[in-house]
Design a binder for this molecule. Structure first.
Ligand code: FAD
Ligand code: 2HG
Ligand code: ZN
Length: 475
């Protein structure tokens, strides 16, 4: 069969309108969000049901055609972009966007893989529940992509990563079998099920290299009665770490977000997203954005945050504080955090490091690594922000003033190596929440023990013996 025979066979499965073959229709699917990778594809295939996904996979397995699964295409590691051979298909799951079931007694929701995260959050709110996964890309990323990259976001310190929010998965395997569905078609989603290896955990975080997630049953939580946000100005990440310990002592499980933002990151948002501005009259090197989710009421949550801020000021941990008095003030503060990535992208290319170290070592890591970078490349800018409460930093590096983008990006390899070697010395991970994709596929070999990489290859070979599932990613 030649390419047009395959395109026709795929059209027979999903409908001709859902097999995109011309360059203009394909363009949006072939470049990643950061515009670091552009690939080519034999076709963009958009199945509308699990059975169609399975039939497409069976066709590809029979003919050895590679499949690149794609959700909202917001990934940061190039995982959803095909290579330049033009031999693979991109399978976009976005037509599979139904909410199949929501059960308030089970506190669970079953959704198809292409469901946009914000849609799931809203469905939960509609029944007075919370789906706590929250990321700046929530308006366009899909739950299939969140699960496949085991996304983190801003609620991890209280609710865990996407993996922790998943009760069950429906998956199409690399030979086209459907697993995870019960005989009546529902996705299994038990709170307890110790019947051998937990297969769903293999597919979570696999970045589409082992199979295709078609639906998931997810945990819901009672909706908090009040969410109150505070913004604190401070001098150093070390002070932020002390504030985290104090906040955890005083607020316990009500502390649901603890984000660090450097002043440079805030300035980028101010420049590109006016009228959002720091609430403080003078500049401070760092800010922390904190959120309390309270099951009493707003007055109780506000009083708790006020008490915390007063003590932090008294103890000299923070230099100033603002507590949002309304939902719109809270949204304004969150924008200062959530817009950083987009503001950085508008500024031009940057070298990203999505890293984690033990929470206790984060201040030492920043001090040490900042000094190493300043010595090696004087003048480059550190746009440092992230999920401090999880030990996860977006330790991004931007060009020195006047430096061309091309000259700066030529340093990517050595900058990455310096940062990742430092992460290694601090006992951390070179990918905290964005995955490996094609971006870190080579680098991981340097930092992950060879026996663990070998075991990953064994799993890959067992589940995808032909290597058709998202080749060139992760491994
Ligand atoms: P895609 O980008 O389409 O795909 C991601 C990976 O999953 C690819 O390897 C793809 O092949 C695979 N995949 C997608 N769907 C399936 C499926 N159904 N079955 C099998 N494999 C599949 N990430 C965080 O963890 N925390 C953050 O705070 C965060 N903030 C972000 C903010 C912005 C502004 C942006 C642009 C991105 C952010 N991300 C963050 C990165 C990104 O990982 C998440 O947006 C999201 O998890 C990706 O979902 P997606 O649907 O866009 O997946
Ligand atoms: C965030 O936390 C995302 O905003 C993106 O994970 C981080 O752009 C980045 O480096
Ligand atoms: Zn993040």
């Amino acid at each position: 069969m030649n390419q047009s025979d395959h395109q026709a066979a795929l059209a027979a499965i999903v409908g001709a309108a859902n097999v995109l073959t011309n360059a203009a229709d394909q363009a949006a699917y072939l470049t990643d969000w950061r515009k670091h990778y552009t690939g080519r594809a034999m076709a963009i295939v958009r199945p509308g049901s699990t059975e169609e996904v399975a039939a497409v996979v069976r066709h590809c397995a029979t003919h050895g055609i590679a499949i690149v699964p794609q959700g909202g295409n917001t990934g940061m590691a190039g995982g959803a972009t095909p290579d330049t051979s033009g031999q693979a298909i991109v399978m976009s799951l976005t037509r599979m966007n139904r909410i199949r079931k929501l059960d308030v007694t089970d506190n669970s929701i079953t959704v198809e893989a292409g469901c946009v995260l914000a849609t799931i959050q809203q469905a939960a709110i509609n029944v007075d529940r919370l789906f706590p996964l929250s990321l700046a890309s929530e308006g366009s990323c899909t739950i299939g992509g969140n699960l496949s990259s085991n996304a983190g976001g801003t609620g991890v310190l209280r609710y865990g990563n996407t993996r922790d929010l998943c009760l069950g998965l429906e998956v199409v395997t690399a030979n086209g079998d459907i697993i995870g569905a019960r005989a009546d078609g529902e996705v299994r989603g038990l709170r307890k099920d110790n019947t051998g290896y937990d297969l769903k955990d293999l597919f979570i975080g696999a970045e589409g290299t082992l199979g295709i997630i078609t639906a998931a049953t997810l945990k819901l939580y009672p909706a908090p009665r009040a969410r109150v946000t505070a913004f604190a100005a401070l001098a150093t990440p070390r002070a932020a770490l002390q504030l985290l310990t104090l906040a955890q002592q005083r607020c316990g499980a009500t502390l649901t977000a603890f984000e660090l933002i450097s002043d440079l990151a805030i300035s980028l948002v101010e420049r590109h997203y006016p009228p959002h501005r720091s609430p403080f009259a003078v500049r401070h090197p760092y800010a922390v954005l904190m959120e309390i989710s309270d099951h009493e009421d707003e007055a109780h949550a506000t009083a708790m945050l006020e008490g915390l801020m007063e003590q932090a000021l008294e103890d000299g941990l923070i230099d100033d504080a603002a507590i949002a008095q309304s939902l719109s003030q809270s949204d304004d503060l969150w924008q200062l955090r959530e817009r950083v990535s987009e503001a950085q992208a508008m500024e031009g290319k940057n070298i990203k490091h999505d890293i984690s170290v033990p929470i206790s070592r984060i201040a030492d890591f920043i001090e040490t690594t900042d000094a190493l970078i300043a010595a090696a490349w004087p003048g480059v800018c550190m746009v440092n922000f992230g999920h401090l409460g999880d030990g996860n930093l977006h330790y991004n590096v931007s060009p020195a003033s006047g430096e061309t983008e091309a000259a700066f990006m030529a340093k990517q390899g050595p900058v990455n190596k310096l940062v990742y070697d430092s992460v290694e010395r601090f006992g951390g991970s070179i990918s905290a929440e964005h995955g490996l994709g094609q971006l870190k596929r080579e680098e991981i070999l340097r930092y992950k023990p060879a026996t663990e990489v070998a075991l990953m290859r064994t799993i890959k070979a067992a589940l995808d013996p032909q290597g058709i599932m998202n080749p060139g990613k992760v491994l």
